[in-house]
Design a protein around this ligand. Sequence first.
Ligand code: ZN
Length: 670
Amino acid sequence: MENPLLLERGLPDFAAIDPAHVEPAIRKVLAEQRSKLQQAESDTQPAFAWALSLERMQDAVRRVWAPIVHLNSVCSTPELRDAYNSCLPLITDFWLEYGQSEKLYEGFEHLQQNAVGRTGAETKLIDEALKDLRLAGVALNPERRRRFRELTQQLTAKQAKFEQNLMDATDAFRLHETRSEALTGLPAQLLERARQAAKKDGLDGWLLFLDPPTYTTVMAQAEAEALRRSYYEAWVTRASDQGPHAGRWDNAALIEDILALRHESAQLLGFSSFAQLSLATKMAVSPVQVLGFLQDLAAKSRGVAETELVELEAHAGRRLQAWDLAFYSERLKRERFELSAEELRPFFPLPRVLEGLFRVAGQLFKVRIVQHETLGPWHPTVAYYEILDSAGRLIGGIFTDMYARPNKRGGAWMDEALTRARLPDFEQLPVAHLVCNFSPPTSDAPCLLTHDEVVTLFHEFGHALQHLLTEIDFPSIAGINGVPWDAVELPSQFFENYAWLPEVLPWISGHHRSGETMPRQKLATLKASRSFQAGLAMMRQLEFALFDFRLHAEYDPRQGARVEALLAEIRAEVSLIETPSFNRFAATFSHIFGGGYAAGYYSYKWAEVLAADAFSAFEEAGGFCAATAERFRRCVLASGGSRDALEAFVEFRGRPPSLDPLLRQSGIAA
Ligand code: ZN
């Protein structure tokens, strides 16, 4: 039988991939690419084509590994997870071998020294490659290099385990309820799903889970404080020593280990802390700059946030607990704007939202997005779309996997299924994965979104736009690759703005039964509600960002992580509401302990400044101004990692980024 993972080109037949395919495919591709690596290492005076053969090699490994990572995130099984875990060290080892190859380093240095006639993208590819090699420890002596490999291996395994603990802890939670009054306030759609779940398990009443849409709905809608408190407790104690599964999947020791490993790795590479190392691939230049940026935002937002809390507590008529905030916010919002998240849901059926979203992208960037058949998707609810340019030429593809289900990682994300490449003998168009965790359709209604969820969808689609509209031929700097991490959230947060535009709302809304678009009055209030409690939301994000950054910047092996102590310090500075002592937020913070955002969570705020400023150019010129859109596409989306991010921004905006549009847009400054 052929192994569906072993493809030279194109997308795999996801449905045909079995856990038994995983390890043989990985071993085979790594053996092949190892021998190519040795060949490449024997070329001591390489020409630029040599660098492109390495691009091809990287793509060859990624095309086998990416579907495994993807499936492990969206439909994990114990067998698949085992296969994933057993291949993780093999993959890590290969990249370390690659990253620590002195011969490759010498090859790229040779290219850098012989740069005559090279394009900007070619130069950037070489610079990025040299940086990556240095950050993989190529310049270390053999003993330190070996130690660096050990640390990386351990770190990779522990980060994966952190994520798996969190997924298991989330999936394990169940709340069985037979008294309907305990569930007052929950929307009919959620209750119907809960009733069906109970029935399926042979139970009376309702069975609720801890998937993200259920959690957020309970927190915002449940009248019974006891229910909100149970949910809050379950959510903030996942994978910890507290809460309903105390100790069962405790991430505390992993957090200590991960921080120690990161710190030692950073020091081996000559950085004083992991925060310093993290900034080596970002726009921000120093920890002082990052902390200054966050503290400045906190100082500017604090007053507004305090006023918001006073209003909220006055509305509730009492001091609020952590599990009350979302509920009373929602109630106050309803009262002030005559608008509720649940009331709007019927106006945002997912198919309609997608149609409108595609129209926005079409209008801005002259593309057309149409649904298309594809080879076996991994789940029956997955759809595939093609994106075409104005002449009807294919640009790329998008998979959408929209619904929450067990064994699927929470949250929403965009990932690369294939990355654009135009190399000698090899061409490939980009394909994106767009993954969300919305409530699935019920027997009598399609998937209905809150407006927050609509914004999430626009956000992830903004990432997909950068991935798909890239015009760079070299995968390592195409799309989101090679973009400094703190600029990666620029296209996504930029695109969120379109979910709020008055001219767009009629495109993305239409009542799922009557088809009527959202009443004019509701549109206006929805828009007015955008800055509702922006100060509190800002302070919450700053708490996370400060915690992440200081945790990595101040880590001292003699003291350990000091997670709870540091959190207490930061909360004293920026949190306006008391955090219950059982809260174990850090154990659930997979952004930073599961990978990517370590000492980089500030990137959301950093890029939000860029995004708001970029969008303000459209506010000045018109939301669909063709010339502005063309410039945005060229400077930001198309060029990806092929040029300096700040330079590209300045070319688009005509000046360096400014903080003001964000403060204005979020209503924090007048
Ligand atoms: Zn994002």
